[in-house]
Design a protein around this ligand. Structure first.
Ligand code: C2O
Ligand code: CU
Ligand code: CU
Length: 508
C-alpha cells in the first residue's frame, strides 16, 4: 500500500484513534520495519529494578554502585550487549530519606571512562557528577552529600563529556526515591514493587544481530524505534491492588512520550520531577520529555485489561509537519505496558488525599533575571566549553530564568542541576504542557518561552561548576550546555574548574 513513501508524521497526525488498535500501530511504528525486531513476541512480566536501601547507621547511609557491561534480553530471546549498575542493564532504585547523610562508592567496572550524575538532587557541585568528575576504568568515585530534597522521584545517569547519550542508551540509568515523613504519612501506595511501581521508559534501535544500533541519526541522535519499559519490550504488569502508583521516568535520549491509557481513562498526577504536587490532578494524557519524571495513580477494576501507551502528540509538539524538518517521532504511538487488574477480593482503594503537600513558591520579587536562548546546538550562541563559566550566582536567593526555544522546527527541553523550579509562565506556543509542581526539566516546543522561578541548592564553591542544558541528549552532547558556579557574594570562579583544578595542582 505504498506506506514507506508516506510521511510518517502525516500518517499518524491526529491518529489518536489508532492507539486503540495498538497492535496495528506497533507494526507501523518506524518506517524501517525491518529494524523493529521482536517487538511483538509474547509479553514478559515487567522487571522491577531491585531496591537498594544502602547500609544504614542512623541517618548515615552508604551505597555501592558498580558500572559494568554484560548481556541482556531487551527483546525476547535476543541477546544484547548492554551496560548497567550492579547488573547488566539499568540500575537499582536507590532509596534515601530527606536529611540522610549519603555516601556512595561508584566503581567503574567498564573499560572506558564514565561519570555519574544525581539528576534532580540539590547537592555540592563536587558531588554532582557532571563532566568534570570523570571516573576512569577501574577507578572508584566517592561523593558525599546530605539529602536536602523533599520526597520525590529522581534518577542517576552518566554525564560524560560528549557521551552522556551513548552511556545512558547502553543502559546506565537508575531511579532514586527520596522519602520524607510527611509524604510517608499520606495514604498513597508506597509498597515498592507491589503498588508503587517504577517505570523507566526508553527507546532503542537494534541491528540484525541483536546489538544496539549506536549510530547517531542526522539531527536525531539515538532516537529509537523500539520502546522499552524497565529494560524490556512488551512488558506486562499483573496488579495485585486496585490502586497503583507508577513512577514514570523518561530515560530516553531523544523521545517525548505522551502517556495515556488505551481506554482513555483518567488518572491522577501526584508528583512532578522534584516532588509532590499540592494536590492530585486528574488527567487523561501527560507529556514526558527526556529526563522528566511524573508520578501517577491509576485505579483498576478486578480482572480488567488496560494498556499504558504513548499516543502521538496531536499537535506534533508544535514541530512543523514538512519534509524539511527531521521526524522527532512526535506522532508515534506505542503500546508500553499491558496491565491486568487485581483479584476480585482486592481491597477497595481509599479516598484520595485532597492535599499532598503545602504549596510553596520561590520568592521572586526583586529576583535577578537571566535569559537563555536555545537554538540548534547552542545556548545564547555558545556551545559547551568545560573551562568557561557562563553564569555566576553569588547569592542564596531564587532567580528568574527565562528560557526560549528559538528554533522554529526543533523541540528542546531545559534542565538545571542543583535546583528545582516552578514554571511561572509558558508562552510563544499553542502546545499545552502540564507544568504544575516542582520541576527540574521543562519541555520547550518550537517558539516556546518558559519563565522559571528557580531555587538553587546553596553550596558556594568557586571551583566546581554545575550544568544547565537541553536534556535531549544528542543536543547536550553536541554542545547545548552551559555551566554555572555558585559562590559567596563578591567571589569569582576559580581559574581552573573541577578536575582541571586538580590537574593544575589546586586544592578544592
Ligand atoms: Cu539528567 Cu545534566 O542531567
Ligand atoms: Cu541533572
Ligand atoms: Cu535540544
Amino acid at each position: 500500500m505504498g506506506l514507506p513513501e508516506l510521511n510518517r508524521r502525516t500518517f499518524f497526525k491526529g491518529a489518536g484513534a489508532l492507539a486503540a488498535t495498538a497492535v496495528g500501530a506497533q507494526l507501523l511504528v518506524g518506517c524501517n520495519a525491518s529494524k523493529v525486531r521482536g517487538y511483538g513476541g509474547s509479553p514478559r512480566a515487567l522487571p522491577i529494578p531491585p531496591v537498594e536501601l544502602g547500609v544504614r547507621e542512623g541517618n548515615k547511609v552508604h551505597f555501592t554502585l558498580v558500572a559494568q557491561a554484560g548481556d541482556t534480553q531487551i527483546l525476547p530471546d535476543v541477546t544484547t550487549h548492554t551496560w548497567g549498575f550492579n547488573g547488566t542493564h539499568l540500575g537499582p532504585t536507590l532509596v534515601m530519606k530527606s536529611g540522610d547523610e549519603v555516601s556512595v562508592d561508584v566503581t567503574n567496572g567498564l573499560d572506558e571512562m564514565t561519570t555519574v550524575h544525581w539528576h534532580g538532587m540539590k547537592l555540592p557541585a563536587v558531588a554532582d557528577g557532571g563532566p568534570h568528575s570523570p571516573i576512569g576504568a577501574g577507578q572508584v568515585w566517592s561523593p558525599e552529600w546530605t539529602v536536602a530534597n523533599e520526597a520525590a522521584t529522581l534518577w542517576y545517569h552518566p554525564h560524560t563529556h560528549g557521551l552522556t547519550g551513548l552511556h545512558a542508551y547502553r543502559g546506565l540509568a537508575g531511579m532514586i526515591i527520596v522519602e520524607d515523613e510527611a509524604a510517608t504519612a499520606l495514604d498513597l501506595p508506597q509498597d515498592y514493587g507491589v503498588d508503587d511501581i517504577p517505570l523507566v521508559l526508553m527507546d532503542h534501535r537494534f541491528l540484525e544481530d541483536g546489538s544496539l544500533d549506536e549510530e547517531d541519526l542526522p539531527d536525531l541522535g539515538l532516537l529509537g524505534d523500539t520502546p522499552t519499559v524497565n529494560g524490556i519490550t512488551n512488558a506486562h504488569f499483573a496488579a495485585s491492588t486496585r490502586r497503583v502508583r507508577f513512577r514514570l521516568l523518561n530515560g530516553s535520549n531523544m523521545r517525548f512520550f505522551n502517556m495515556a491509557f488505551s481506554d482513555g481513562r483518567q488518572f491522577q498526577v501526584i508528583a512532578s520531577d522534584t516532588g509532590l504536587l499540592d494536590s492530585p490532578y486528574e488527567m487523561s494524557n501527560l507529556a514526558i520529555g527526556p529526563g522528566e519524571r511524573w508520578e501517577i495513580l491509576v485505579d483498576l477494576e478486578p480482572g480488567e485489561d488496560v494498556t499504558l501507551e504513548s499516543v502521538g502528540f496531536a499537535d506534533n509538539f508544535g514541530v512543523p509537519d514538512d519534509e524539511f524538518v527531521p521526524d522527532f517521532g512526535m506522532g508515534d504511538s506505542f503500546q508500553l505496558l499491558t496491565i491486568t487488574g487485581p483479584a476480585e477480593d482486592a481491597a477497595t482503594a481509599p479516598a484520595l488525599p485532597g492535599l499532598l503537600v503545602k504549596s510553596t513558591v520561590p520568592d521572586i520579587i526583586d529576583a535577578p533575571e537571566r535569559s537563555f536562548v536555545l537554538n540548534t546546538f547552542s545556548i545564547n550562541d555558545q556551545q559547551m566549553d568545560m573551562q568557561r563559566v557562563d553564569v555566576i550566582i553569588d547569592h542564596a536567593e531564587p532567580e528568574i530564568w527565562k528560557v526560549t526555544n528559538d528554533n522554529s522546527d526543533w523541540p528542546h527541553n531545559f534542565h538545571i542541576h542543583d535546583a528545582r523550579f516552578k514554571v511561572v509562565s509558558f508562552e510563544g506556543t499553542d502546545v499545552e504542557l502540564f507544568n504544575e509542581g516542582w520541576k527540574d526539566t521543562v519541555g520547550l516546543p518550537p517558539g516556546a518561552t518558559a519563565t522559571l522561578a528557580v531555587e538553587f541548592g546553596h553550596y558556594p564553591d568557586p571551583t566546581w561548576p554545575y550544568m544547565y542544558h537541553c536534556h535531549m541528549l544528542y543536543h547536550e552532547d553536541q554542545g547545548m550546555m552551559g555551566q554555572f558556579v555558585i559562590v559567596n557574594p563578591g567571589d569569582k570562579p576559580a581559574v581552573h574548574l573541577g578536575s582541571g583544578a586538580a590537574a593544575a595542582g589546586h586544592e578544592h
